[in-house]
Design a protein around this ligand. Structure first.
Ligand code: NAD
Length: 416
């Protein structure tokens, strides 16, 4: 699926939600567009002395409810349209879980696997400097996403602080704990996914510890979701990374696999005691809960009908296309949408930011408890909207998110 489709997909979801709340035409126009788009092209001197040029973006979609918040993605497919779609989803996501942020996203089109550590650092610092006209601890706060991590956030914090002349820990979240990061942040998205899955099981009358789970993607989100699902008693029968997957109907030893493949560079398929499967086969495995936690548009019109899970909990952003949504809905599959299910990351980022601004840090238990509470509250609200409007859960989450953003925009009024 091209990135144009991802933006159109985000806009089509907005139009659907708008119909339920009789959203004013003018407001729909405002919410369909990003507030600010910055595209930069910048050079990096590579280790061999040659100069490479990279394209990067930072998009702020809406700031009616607070500073904009959203990750930075380093991936070859990053472009302006995809970044814009992801920024829109961030706006709704922050509103769905009711934290005081708007939505943003950014990224660089680059294959980080081809960079040395020194090249990655130089690229990150130059990109941070290029987007420093937009980001700020009170205005727009980046975080990690695909291809970026704690170290990248640390370099961004340092670069921004060098320009400011003092340390600004609140400029990014997802930092190392030693630089003002939060306990519990690394696990937060996967934890939120599992809390959502458990809430969904409750509503469906299913015992979570009797479910067989398949997880696509074994990075930050997928590996934590798999481990915590296992810790909660579910049987994780399938996992994968970009190189392929593993299947064992009796359950996979997730902790052991996590210990063996800690650097997430692909290769879990090399684990011996399980059958190997392709990513396509993985999605269609016999299981109860499917957690897509890799990239977008993995569940589409050509495979949706073959999916056996009765519950899909979206760890990734945009893993299900609108056509697939329709097929899954007709089959009676409950899809807990990305803007609810994977919101745990941004909730913990919000906690990190609050701690940084106050220079006062919390214990991990406190972070996890507050996170679970917010996720359960958001799940209950979305579930209520779903029942009230007799619609699917994605539309219900969009209704909640769009309604909150629309209300804030109306209350603020249009300047001047
Ligand atoms: P990551 O880079 O840590 O891991 C991505 C994983 O997906 C890796 O295991 C990689 O091998 C795998 N992968 C990549 N391409 C694949 C493919 N074609 N098929 C199967 N697997 C593939 O990234 P992450 O932080 O875990 O993010 C995963 C998803 O979750 C993304 O969609 C991201 O936007 C979303 N997300 C992440 C966070 C967060 O806090 N990290 C928060 C919300 C949403």
């Amino acid at each position: 699926m091209s990135s144009y489709d991802v933006l159109e997909m985000a806009r089509s979801q907005l139009r659907t939600a708008a119909q339920y709340i009789d959203l004013d035409e003018g407001l729909l126009k405002v919410l369909s567009q990003p507030k600010t788009q910055l595209a930069v092209s910048f050079p990096v001197v590579m280790d061999n002395g040659e100069v490479e040029c990279f394209n990067g973006y930072r998009v702020q979609h809406n700031v009616s409810r607070g500073p904009s918040k959203g990750g930075l993605r380093f991936h070859p497919d990053v472009d302006l349209d995809e970044t814009t779609a992801l920024a829109m989803w961030m706006t709704w996501k922050c509103a769905v879980v009711d934290i005081p942020y708007g939505g943003a996203k950014g990224g660089v089109s680059v294959n980080t696997k081809r960079l040395s550590r020194r090249e990655l650092e130089k690229l990150t610092r130059r990109f941070a400097s290029e987007i420093s006209i937009l980001i700020g601890e009170r205005g727009d706060i980046p975080a990690p996403d695909i291809g970026t991590n704690q170290q990248v956030m640390g370099w961004i914090m340092d670069t921004y602080s060098m320009q400011a002349g003092y340390t600004v820990p609140g400029i990014v979240t997802g930092k190392p704990i030693s630089l003002g990061g939060s306990e519990g942040r690394i696990e937060a998205t996967g934890r939120g996914v599992v809390v959502s899955a458990m809430e969904a099981c409750d509503h469906l009358g299913l015992e979570f510890d009797e479910q067989r789970v398949v997880v696509q993607g074994f990075g930050n989100v997928g590996s934590v979701a798999a481990r915590l699902a296992r810790d909660e008693g579910a049987t994780v029968v399938g996992i994968s990374d970009h190189k392929g997957g593993l299947y064992n109907p009796k359950g996979l030893p997730i902790r052991q696999i996590c210990e063996k493949y800690t650097n997430f560079d692909g290769g879990i398929h090399r684990f011996e005691d399980a059958e190997t499967v392709t990513n396509e086969e993985l999605l269609e495995l016999d299981c109860d809960i499917l957690i897509p936690a890799a990239i977008s548009a993995q569940i589409h019109k050509d495979n949706a009908d073959n999916i056996k899970a009765k519950l899909i909990v979206e760890g990734a952003n945009g893993p299900t296309t609108p056509e697939a949504d329709q097929i899954l809905s007709d089959k009676g599959v409950l899809v807990v949408p990305d803007i609810l299910a994977n919101a745990g990351g941004v909730v913990a980022s919000y906690f990190e930011w609050v701690q940084d601004l106050q220079n006062f840090f919390w214990e991990e238990d406190e972070v996890n408890e507050r996170l679970a509470k917010i996720m359960r509250r958001a799940y209950a609200h979305v579930h209520h909207t779903m029942m009230h409007h007799k619609t699917d859960m994605r539309t219900a989450a969009m209704i909640n998110g769009v309604e909150r953003v629309a209300m804030a925009t109306i209350k603020r009024g249009i300047f001047p």
